[in-house]
Design a protein around this ligand. Structure first.
Ligand SMILES: C[S@@+](CC[C@H](N)C(=O)[O-])C[C@H]1O[C@@H](n2cnc3c(N)ncnc32)[C@H](O)[C@@H]1O
Length: 217
């Protein structure tokens, strides 16, 4: 809707008609919990919005919650942190990570959504795949990544991160929207070190979840 005042056009926007990515806040319901996720596309871009890959991975975690409960989990490129939040709510011990620039936003959103929840085990940490790996010595049972395959320059670092954080039985769930040929190239790189199995295809959102496990030689 819009209206005009003399020569100046005043556009009154209706937030419900905006792309979900530019909304300042979105509400989700997972694990019988209302999650209010603030978004900040204007300042932080792709890192401060909830991508469909994250929503599909949250649904997957909720559906297969026994698989995640009491597990040592790390989320990479968490953005808003919604995936890590859902994993913490179902009883995983989760380290939720992203780059330094994203950290204050990520920490705030996670805290806002988990602050009055009992028995949740989580921490929020800076992990830039290109420079922070030496700060992480633990191996995790499960590694989560939603929509993290998109910048070719960091593909080597992301692959190294997956190798560094995993032990022989680690399950890596990558929730992906395959947009470009380079995304498929990353999956080819992954298959040099890990088995890759498509465990879910959400056709409506065009999101696939891949399960990767270290190849045992
Ligand atoms: C498309 S966003 C996805 C955010 C969130 N996982 C989601 O699906 O809503 C990609 C994320 O990868 C993170 N990322 C990009 N390069 C990174 C790097 N070198 N180290 C760590 N995270 C990185 C970005 O900060 C961003 O949060």
């Amino acid at each position: 809707m819009s209206c005009q005042q003399s020569s100046t056009a005043v556009v009154v926007y209706d937030e419900s008609k905006l792309s979900p990515l530019v909304k300042t806040s979105r509400t989700f319901n997972f694990v019988k919990t209302e999650l209010v996720i603030k978004q900040d596309w204007g300042n932080l871009g792709v890192a401060a919005v909830v991508w469909d890959a994250a929503i599909v991975l949250c649904q997957f975690i909720e559906k297969y919650k026994d698989e995640f409960k009491n597990k040592e989990v790390i989320e990479l490129g968490a953005g808003s942190g919604i995936v890590g939040i859902v994993a913490a709510l179902i009883g995983a011990n989760v380290v939720i990570t992203d780059r330094e620039q994203v950290y204050p936003y990520l920490k705030r959103v996670v805290k806002e959504n988990l602050k009055d929840k009992e028995n949740v085990k989580y921490s929020v940490k800076i992990l830039d795949w290109t420079r922070d790996l030496h700060k992480f010595s633990q191996k995790y049972d499960i590694i989560l990544g939603a929509d993290v395959i998109y910048v070719e320059e960091v593909f080597d670092a992301l692959l190294e991160t997956l190798q560094h954080l995993s032990h022989d039985e680690t399950k890596i769930y990558l929730s992906c929207k395959i947009r470009y040929d380079r995304d498929t190239r990353f999956l080819d790189m992954v298959q040099k070190h890990f088995t890759l199995q498509e465990v879910l295809h959400d056709k409506e959102k065009d999101i696939k979840i891949f399960l990767c496990k270290k190849i045992k030689y």
